[in-house]
Design a protein around this ligand. Structure first.
Ligand code: NAD
Ligand code: MN
Length: 486
């Protein structure tokens, strides 16, 4: 019988549920503030539950710090700083190496808690967030005794006490981006995690205890915007902030005239540029990775897709086919591609901007998927017929929504890509190396990926232009914002 005559039954490639077990995760019922090396009760703060956005159920109770709590944390950091700075670099490195190793040891637990508290797929917290957080501590442990080499041989001193405010999209990873270089440089820190995702930072506090990081070197005070506002206005020497451009501007205004260090990593509306000579199938994967990674809650998300007109229909058709395969649902399921939206507020923002896109005349397509009854969800969405002035082409949506624009020539691609008040990242997809470098040179963006997207590495500097902020995190460039250089 010829092969073609073989009777076939239709195979359906359904996935069985593959939930990650959370049985071994031992969260406390309630967490105090981590000040001076211990978990303490609040002075003027209050206890609040931290919610799982996939179920709307509380995961654990935490404490939001008040002004007196922030002041106590800053005082603890101040007291610890001279001795920490006077340690030989290799001694500070020892503690950072220990923290890195303990993150690795507790990686599975940290990944589960990250997904429970924030809604991101376990595949991402397990394979991206937690390993990269450890890698950042390893990387800056390596720099701690080589600081002079990292800043071109000049004289330097640490700032002193740094206040660090991080967002909810990469909770532990952003804490690592902030703490590792600050500590390597001899600063002590007060870190404020975001209101919806404080839990992994509190596990990191336990790790600091286990690593015997000296008391007061790391202080962790969860809270909301009021806690953050109190921290940046307290008696500190430098602020490092990642979050929205609006809050970044508020912080910059609050610090004006105080002679303090400041780095801001803010929003973006990054262009992902697909040329007609690109490997189209790979580009489609890169587009998906660029915008649907972490539900699109990514400051450098490739949210403005620029496609060369000659291939626009082909790319959007293939992208839509690929989008329909994305699995939306339980963040703890290992097959999930798109998890829960981080909060009800963020879901509202996404819905409002998507509605604006429809009202302004763009064409919306959202994947028809069954969304869970409870929790906050948004189906992967693509907009075509987008005009450059539409709000969905200009404003950061911070959700699983991509806006497609087209261009005819390389010059037009560059002009459209740069037509933004932001400048955080960009992607370039082409088979021609010279074109990739030419376009990269012309783009005003801090990070530019060629034939890939959303690749992160602790050795590479990350940061923005224009309203995406200033200062760099990662690599040797990431030391400079934590040192006064003379
Ligand atoms: P946000 O800027 O309000 O929050 C980020 C962090 O800043 C949180 O820890 C928050 O508690 C703190 N904060 C809030 N107000 C503060 C203040 N006045 N002073 C000091 N700290 C303050 O961001 P959001 O409200 O959670 O999200 C709003 C939008 O911001 C999103 O839709 C997205 O566009 C953008 N965003 C960007 C990033 C990023 O990585 N660049 C991260 C989160 C959100
Ligand atoms: Mn939460």
């Amino acid at each position: 019988m010829a092969a073609t005559d073989t009777p076939r039954t239709r195979i359906t490639w359904d996935y069985a549920p593959a939930p990650e077990s959370a049985d071994h995760v031992r969260l406390r019922d309630t967490y105090g503030l981590f000040i001076g090396g211990a978990f303490v009760d609040p002075r003027d703060g209050q206890r609040v539950p931290s919610i799982n956005p996939a179920t709307e159920e509380p995961v654990a109770e935490v404490t939001f710090g008040g002004e007196a709590d922030v002041a106590a944390a800053v005082a603890a950091a101040r007291a610890a700083q001279p001795r920490w700075a006077s340690l030989p670099g290799r001694e500070r490195a020892k503690y950072l190496f220990r923290v890195a190793r303990l993150i690795q040891e507790r990686a599975r637990e940290l990944a589960i808690v990250e997904s429970l508290d924030g809604g991101k797929p376990i595949r991402e917290s397990r394979d991206v967030d937690i390993p990269l957080a450890a890698a950042h501590f390893f990387h800056y442990a390596g720099w701690a005794d080589k600081l002079r080499h990292g800043i071109g041989g000049r004289d330097f001193s640490p700032y002193g006490v740094v206040g660090q405010v991080v967002p909810w999209n990469f909770p532990l990873l952003m804490a690592a981006w902030k703490l590792a270089p600050a500590l390597a440089c001899g600063n002590t820190a007060v870190l404020k995690p975001a209101e919806t995702t404080p839990l992994t930072a509190l596990l990191l506090a336990e790790i600091c205890q286990e690593a015997e990081v000296p008391e007061g070197v790391v202080n962790i005070v969860p809270g909301d915007g009021a806690t953050g506002a109190a921290l940046v206005r307290s008696d500190i020497d430098k602020v490092a902030f990642t979050g929205s451009t609006a809050v970044g501007k508020d912080i910059q205004a609050a610090l004006a005239g105080r002679g303090m260090g400041l780095t801001l990593e803010l929003g973006g509306k990054s262009a992902n540029v697909i040329f007609e000579d690109a490997a189209i199938d790979q580009a489609v994967e890169g587009i998906v990775q660029g915008i649907f990674f972490n539900q699109g809650h990514v400051c450098c998300a490739g949210s403005r897709l620029l496609i060369q007109e000659s291939v626009a229909d082909e790319v959007t058709a293939k992208l839509w086919d690929r989008m329909r395969l994305l699995r939306v649902g339980d963040p703890l399921d290992k097959n999930t591609d798109v998890g829960a939206i981080n909060s009800a507020e963020q879901l509202e923002r996404i819905e409002a901007l998507v509605q604006a896109g429809v009202d302004e005349g763009a064409v919306r397509r959202s994947v028809a998927c069954e969304l869970p009854e409870r929790g906050w969800w948004f189906a992967p969405t693509i907009f075509t017929e987008v005009a450059p002035a539409h709000r969905i082409a200009v404003e950061e949506i911070f959700g699983p929504v991509v806006s497609v624009l087209t261009f005819r020539t390389q010059a037009e691609a560059i002009e459209k890509a740069n037509n933004s008040r932001y400048g955080l990242a960009a992607g370039i997809w082409t088979d021609k190396g010279s074109k990739a470098f030419e376009v990269a040179r012309a783009l005003k963006a801090g990070v530019i990926w060629q034939n890939t997207y959303n690749k992160f590495d602790p050795t590479a500097a990350f940061g923005g232009y224009k309203e995406s902020g200033f200062g760099r995190e990662g690599g040797a460039a990431g030391l400079r914002p934590y040192l006064r250089v003379s």
